[in-house]
Structures are given as C-alpha cells and as structure tokens.
Write a protein that binds this ligand. Structure first.
Ligand SMILES: *[C@@H]1O[C@H](CO)[C@@H](O)[C@H](O)[C@H]1NC(C)=O
Ligand SMILES: *[C@@H]1O[C@H](CO)[C@@H](O)[C@H](O)[C@H]1NC(C)=O
Ligand SMILES: *[C@@H]1O[C@H](CO)[C@@H](O)[C@H](O)[C@H]1NC(C)=O
Ligand SMILES: *[C@@H]1O[C@H](CO)[C@@H](O)[C@H](O)[C@H]1NC(C)=O
Ligand SMILES: *[C@@H]1O[C@H](CO)[C@@H](O)[C@H](O)[C@H]1NC(C)=O
Ligand SMILES: *[C@@H]1O[C@H](CO)[C@@H](O)[C@H](O)[C@H]1NC(C)=O
Ligand SMILES: *[C@@H]1O[C@H](CO)[C@@H](O)[C@H](O)[C@H]1NC(C)=O
Length: 405
C-alpha cells in the first residue's frame, strides 16, 4: 500500500538487516566516539516534519559550515543518518543541491585507520585511499559513500554528528520524492537519537499539515500526563549474533478492539508490533487481519467493493465510511492507541474508501521481524508518540499535531 516508489523503500526499510549499511557494519561501532555535545539541560528541540508527495515524513536541517540545506526521510527503523553528496554517480533526483563536503570547513572524512572505520566489515569497506569508503547492499540496490562527521543544525540543536556522505545509489531508484537522504532514529549507536544522547524523543504526525519531531527531555512534558505506557521488547532471532543492539522499537500487542468489541483475541494478543514511520500502512498477523476485515464488514453493513483497486484488499462505498468503528490497539502495560476511521480508511477514487491495514503475511518478514505486526505512519497521525529511552517505554496521547509548531 502506498505509492510505488515508497513501496520499494518500505521493503528496504522494513528489512533493515538486508538494507542498511550491511548488518555487521551497522552493528559495529561505526559512529561511536564522535564528539557530540548533548543539548542544553532540559532543552528539547522541535523539528518540523512534513509529509512528502510520496507519503514519507521528512525533516529539513543543515549540514556544514557554512550550512547547506538537507531534507531527509525520518525513519525509526534506520540506523544511520545519510545524505547524497557530490560527486554522486548515479544518484536519485532530489529537490535540493547535493551536499558538497568540499565546501564545508567542518567536514571530516573518517580516516581509514580509525577504529570506527575498522568496525565496518572488510567486505563492506574500501580503504585503498586514506578515507573510509563504505558500501551498503540494500534491497533497492547498493548505496555507497564516505563515512564522515560535520556540524548539524537540526531544530535549535547544533551538534557534530557522524553520517554517511553517499555518492552512489542504485540507478533503478529515480527519486524518493524530493528528499536527499535518511535520518535514522533506530536504537543503535550511530543513529541521530543515540548520537545526540537523547533520553527521550517523540513525534506528532500531522498528515498534510506540518507536524513535529521533539528531541530531548521536554518531549515528555509535551506528552504530559501520560498515564499508561508499554515497555519496549527486544526480539532477537534464534542463533542471531545480535548482542542486544536491535535497532527496532517494538512493543507487545495485548489486543485490538473494533467499536468496543475485542477482535478474536487469540489471533492478535502477544504479537510483537514494530513502530514504523516509513510505511503508511499497518500490517497485522494474518489471523488478526482476517478478524478485522470481518468486524469492519459487519459494522458498515454493506458488501465490500467487488474488485478493490490495487494494492488494496478491502474497500467500501464512501457513503458508509461514517459507520466504520473506531479501532483501539491495546498494549502490555495498558497503553492504548485509538485509531479513528479517518486514520485507516483512505479515499481511493470512484467513491470508495479502502482499508490501509494489511496482512503481515504478505511481507514475508524474516529474522527479528518474523511474525511481527507493523504500525504504520497513517495510523499514528494526530497522536503524540513518546519514546522514553530512560524508562524504556512507549506511550500515546491524542493530540492536534498541526497545532504544535
Ligand atoms: C523543506 O525543504 C524542502 C526542499 O527545500 C522545501 O520544499 C520545503 O518547503 C521545506 N519544508 C519545510 C517545512 O521547511
Ligand atoms: C576500492 O576503491 C578504488 C578506488 O579508490 C578502486 O579502484 C577499487 O576497485 C576499489 N576496490 C573494491 C574492492 O571495491
Ligand atoms: C548522556 O546523558 C546522561 C544523562 O542523561 C549522562 O549521564 C551521560 O554522561 C551522557 N553521555 C554523554 C556521552 O554525553
Ligand atoms: C490513570 O490510571 C489510573 C489507574 O489505571 C486511573 O484510575 C486514572 O483514571 C487514569 N487517569 C487518567 C487521566 O486517565
Ligand atoms: C557478541 O558478544 C560476544 C561475546 O559476548 C562477542 O564474542 C561477539 O563478538 C559479539 N558480537 C557482536 C556482533 O558484537
Ligand atoms: C472505477 O470504476 C470504473 C467503472 O466501474 C472502473 O472501470 C475503474 O477500474 C474503477 N477505478 C478504480 C480505481 O477502481
Ligand atoms: C512473499 O512470498 C511470496 C511467495 O514466495 C511471493 O509471491 C511474494 O511476492 C512475496 N512478497 C514480498 C513482498 O516479497
């Protein structure tokens, strides 16, 4: 679900192990030890984020001295921050000029001898020159570049951060709709979150309006009065060499209610849910998905559209959308996410609305994500989603996200 290029991306970002800078490289200490000044005590940084034409949430910031503007997709499941740099060949199209490291007096390529570079597996790095060049096999093809550090200005924060200065992307990837790269927020040493030493962050996604990403302790005050939260769970696949450095934010689903009535509990309870900001749609375990379809069809009381337009599986005449129930996802510990019909039924032309929740069986997830459900960005809109990294909990608070800036 979502538009074609975004879909390509979703596949890539969902399967991070196959996509990021190669599993071992990203699990090493690529950017550890980088000189990052923590934000001023108590300070939170508000970064406006907006939905791109391809359904991706994007943040604008600058890199370098003097600052060069960058716009990058905000991705909870990515482990790195990267942007396309000159001289890039081939590159996907982006709205802004490429970042030019030679025009920044503060840019530093990571030297080859550094332990950071050495932490990249030999098969993924090339140290024939004196800078650290890496290559990242992805499902969308290879991405390669130079690992470096520079000054970032993101919201009101100014930090020296490590990032990937990418000079080669897969030629089949024509564009990601304007942005120039990715801001990874994964729970790994080299993500934005870890490099900024954040104890909390949150976001409030506002659909077509401008929402915000909050970095730092005040994210908690904004989510104020949080009453119930759910603990993050770390899932490692059997035999994996993962040492607890899983990038994903995952929680445990306790159940789903449609219009107050629980869906067949057995099919959804206990399932692990991955929080995602790149996929628009959510994906449930197949049993829960089938129960949801049944409950929705019963609630609206009319036959679904006979042949739903791709990629949808369940559509109804728009006129009955008002009869669709509110969905409530409940999680271990009592946290609850309320999803109104507007956040799961999308107008798809021809006077129909279609379900933007699918079956995770269609994604063929493997490794740590095998059997997981995915909570997409559409279902998280107009909710303040707080990641408390000190308490290791997630919480939700309904909000008008377009009024937070
Ligand atoms: C972010 O940058 C893009 C590309 O330069 C620009 O089109 C857009 O208006 C900016 N958005 C915001 C919210 O600043
Ligand atoms: C490493 O980079 C050099 C150019 O800097 C190139 O000639 C060489 O083929 C590369 N080696 C590998 C294994 O990619
Ligand atoms: C990160 O923050 C914690 C407290 O929130 C502090 O104790 C620690 O020293 C900080 N680490 C760095 C590298 O700044
Ligand atoms: C918070 O949780 C407690 C105990 O579960 C409940 O009694 C109280 O009403 C809740 N408060 C709010 C504001 O939801
Ligand atoms: C995981 O930890 C073991 C020992 O605790 C260590 O030998 C191994 O190298 C670690 N693997 C990674 C990928 O860090
Ligand atoms: C809209 O309806 C027409 C006529 O029923 C049909 O030919 C067309 O494929 C439909 N388009 C979509 C997107 O469902
Ligand atoms: C999942 O696997 C099935 C059967 O092997 C295949 O037809 C389908 O294209 C795969 N889906 C994805 C998203 O890879």
């Amino acid at each position: 679900m979502g538009r074609p290029v975004a879909t390509l991306f979703v596949l890539c970002f969902i399967s991070v192990t196959a996509c990021s800078l190669s599993e071992q490289a990203t699990r090493g200490r690529l950017l550890a030890g980088v000189d990052a000044t923590p934000p001023a005590a108590g300070g939170a940084v508000a970064v406006p984020i907006y939905l791109s034409s391809q359904g991706l949430y994007v943040a604008n910031f600058t890199i370098g001295t003097p600052p060069q503007p960058v716009s990058a997709v905000v991705d909870l499941t990515s482990e790195l921050v990267w942007t396309q740099c000159t001289p890039c060949q081939p590159c996907f199209e982006q709205d802004l000029p490429l970042f030019d490291p030679t025009k920044s007096s503060t840019f530093r390529g990571l030297p080859c001898g550094s332990h950071l570079c050495e932490s990249i597996p030999e098969s993924s790095r090339n140290c024939t020159s004196d800078v650290c060049i890496y290559e990242a096999p992805t499902k969308a093809g290879d991405t390669g570049g130079m690992a470096g550090t520079d000054t970032f200005a993101i919201g009101a924060a100014k930090e020296t951060l490590g990032f990937g200065c990418v000079v080669m992307t897969d030629k089949r990837l024509k564009t990601i709709g304007g942005p120039s790269g990715i801001v990874g927020l994964g729970r790994t040493p080299w993500s934005l979150v870890t490099q900024m030493n954040l104890t909390a962050f949150s976001y409030c996604l506002a659909g077509k309006s401008s929402g915000a990403l909050f970095l730092g302790a005040t994210a908690k005050q904004l989510a104020g009065g949080k009453n119930s939260s759910t603990p993050f769970v770390i899932k490692t696949s059997a035999g994996s060499s993962d040492n607890g450095s899983n990038p994903y934010y995952m929680v445990k689903l306790a159940g789903i209610k449609a219009g107050g009535a629980p869906l067949q509990a057995a099919s959804s309870s206990g399932s692990t849910v991955l929080l995602d900001t790149v996929s628009r749609a959510s994906y449930l375990a197949d049993g829960a998905y089938k129960a949801l379809k049944k409950a929705l069809t019963a609630a609206v009381g009319v036959q679904p559209v006979a042949s739903p337009p791709k990629p949808y599986d369940l559509c109804f005449p728009k006129a009955v959308a008002g009869d669709a129930p509110e969905l409530v996802f409940t999680f271990d510990g009592g946290a609850a996410l309320t999803v109104p019909p507007a956040n799961y039924l999308l107008a798809s032309g021809n006077g129909t609305v279609c379900l933007t929740i699918g079956s995770s069986a269609s994604l063929n997830l493997t490794g740590e994500l095998e059997g997981a459900s995915i909570l997409g960005s559409l279902q998280q809109e107009n909710v303040h989603v707080l990641f408390d990294l000190k308490e290791e909990t997630l919480s939700f608070k309904p909000a008008d996200c377009s009024s937070l800036n």
